[in-house]
Each structure stands twice: as structure tokens, then as C-alpha cells.
Design a protein around this ligand. Structure first.
Ligand code: B12
Length: 209
């Protein structure tokens, strides 16, 4: 993994970030490896924010740099035929973080999953409506705020209560969501990155074949 890239991301040095991505791409480094280094840099941005070394303006700047990086990486591509199945995806109610969700959307789409992206700050009712309409194999809920874990739990409970959980898996992800949080919210699978969800869809398709 490129430490130059994670350090430049953590230092919010956009020029170096973009130059290093171009260099890594030139040497054939896979996009997911580049994203991983960027994510490591974002984690340091988060630590600096906690330590009051960075403030909200730096968080916003980090997001802007990540979005510029995304343009080079082509992580905006979405539409796919959906040969592996459908995922209804959204960031939980009261949370507006969407960088990770957007990566999940494009990585899954590029592997043949049809992704219905509901956006950010998604109320449970909107998830329920999309499940009824699209009959997905899985629902993906992104959550970056520990204060929103309760909203993820409530959303999953509403899906259960509406009788929609049969044959439907709930995948959750987002920086602070670990296994314990996954159990607390009632998810089927905690995904530290997008590839865990890709693997889940592939295993499911192989089992059905
Ligand atoms: C950028 C950022 C912002 C940007 C977001 C811009 C955007 N468009 O997303 C802005 C400036 C808006 C922001 C706002 C806030 N933020 Co903020 N933010 C961050 C930061 C620095 C990076 C997040 C990020 O994009 N990471 C990179 C992506 C690629 O990683 P990821 O999201 O984890 O996603 C990957 C995996 O987790 C997984 N994944 C994620 N979701 C899903 C879903 C599924 C289904 C699957 C399969 C996988 C998956 O796959 C992704 C790709 O590998 C984090 C620090 C951190 N450590 O995460 C803080 C952080 C999340 N923010 C934090 C806080 C406190 C806030 C604010 C409350 C600040 C404030 N005082 O206003 C607000 C909240 C706004 C709101 N209501 O949502 C805290 C949360 C602390 C906590 N205990 O909850 C953090 C952890 C910083 C910190 N250490 O204090 N933030």
C-alpha cells in the first residue's frame, strides 16, 4: 500500500494525492488498493479531527479531495445488468457520509450487482418501499456515526416487522461499525470493505447455480 498516498491524504495535499494516484495507475496498481490507501489517510484525518488538530473545514476538504481522486479512479460508474442480483443501498437516517457508500455502489456495479442507491439520510420507510419495489437479494446500510447505530437497528427492526426479512440479507458497513455493533443492530454481515459484499453476492450466485 502507498504510504505516500495515505500521508498526502492525511495532510490534505491534493496535488500529491492526484499525482501519486496517476503514478500508481501508471504502474498498474489496482484501484481497490489505491482506495485502501486513501481510506487509511481518511482514518488519520478522523483521528486529527478527534484530537482537535483538524476541524470541520478539514473534514470537508478531505471529502473534496477524495471525490477528485474518485474521478481519476472512475469510481462514479454505476449501472450494471445485475447478473449477480440486486442490492438496495443507502446511508442511514441522520447520517450524510456517502464516500464509502458510493465506492460500494461502483465496486458492486462493476462486478455485476444491480445497485438501487437511495442516497444519504435515508429513513426506514424509504428502505421498506424500495425492498417492496425491487425485491433485492440484500439491503446495504452505511453508517459512519456511532450516534446513528440506533437508527440502523430501528431500520432493521422495521424491515423485520414488515415481514420483509425472509430471504433478504442485511449488510452493514462504515468505519466504526465492527462485529459487536453489527450484532447490536441485528445485521447479517458486517463489511469492512466493498469486496466483502462482492464475495457475498458471488457465493450466493454459486450456491444457486
Ligand atoms: C469525510 C468525513 C466527513 C464529511 C463527509 C462527506 C461525504 N460526502 O461523505 C463531512 C464533512 C460532511 C462530515 C461530517 C460529519 N462528521 Co465526519 N468524517 C469524515 C471522515 C474524515 C472520513 C469518512 C470517509 O469518507 N472515509 C473513507 C470511506 C471510503 O470509508 P468508509 O466510509 O468507512 O467506507 C468503506 C467501508 O467502511 C465500507 N462500507 C461503508 N459503508 C458500507 C455499506 C455497505 C453495505 C458495505 C458493503 C460496505 C460499506 O466500504 C467502504 C469502502 O471500502 C471520517 C473519519 C473516519 N475515520 O472515517 C469522519 C467521521 C465519520 N465524522 C465524524 C463526525 C463526528 C462528523 C460530524 C458529526 C462533524 C460535525 N461536528 O458536524 C458530521 C456529521 C454529519 C452527518 N449528520 O452525517 C466522526 C464520527 C465519530 C463517531 N463516533 O461517530 C468521524 C469518525 C471523525 C472522528 N474520528 O471524529 N464528515
Amino acid at each position: 500500500m502507498s504510504s505516500v498516498l495515505s500521508t498526502a491524504m492525511a495532510d490534505l495535499d491534493e496535488d500529491v494525492v492526484l499525482a501519486e494516484i496517476a503514478r500508481l495507475q501508471g504502474s498498474g496498481t489496482p484501484s481497490l488498493e489505491i482506495i485502501s490507501a486513501l481510506q487509511e489517510g481518511m482514518a488519520i484525518v478522523g483521528q486529527k479531527f478527534e484530537e482537535k488538530d483538524y476541524f470541520l473545514s478539514e473534514l470537508i476538504m478531505s471529502a473534496e479531495i477524495f471525490n477528485e481522486a474518485g474521478k481519476l479512479l472512475g469510481t462514479e460508474a454505476t449501472d450494471a445488468a445485475g447478473t449477480l442480483g440486486t442490492l438496495v443501498l443507502g446511508t442511514v437516517h441522520q447520517d450524510v457520509h456517502d464516500i464509502g457508500k458510493n465506492i460500494v455502489r461502483s465496486v458492486l456495479a462493476s462486478h455485476g450487482v444491480k445497485v438501487i442507491d437511495l442516497g444519504v439520510d435515508v429513513p426506514a420507510a424509504k428502505f421498506l418501499e424500495a425492498i417492496r419495489e425491487h425485491r433485492p437479494a440484500a439491503v446495504g446500510i452505511s453508517c459512519l456515526l456511532t450516534t446513528c447505530f440506533g437508527n440502523v437497528k430501528a431500520c432493521i427492526e422495521e424491515i423485520d416487522a414488515a415481514g420483509l426479512r425472509d430471504g433478504l440479507k442485511i449488510l452493514v458497513g462504515g468505519g466504526p461499525l465492527d462485529e459487536a455493533a453489527g450484532r447490536y443492530v441485528g445485521a447479517d454481515l458486517v463489511c469492512k470493505d466493498a469486496m466483502i459484499a462482492v464475495d457475498w453476492f458471488k457465493t450466493r450466485a454459486a450456491a444457486a447455480a
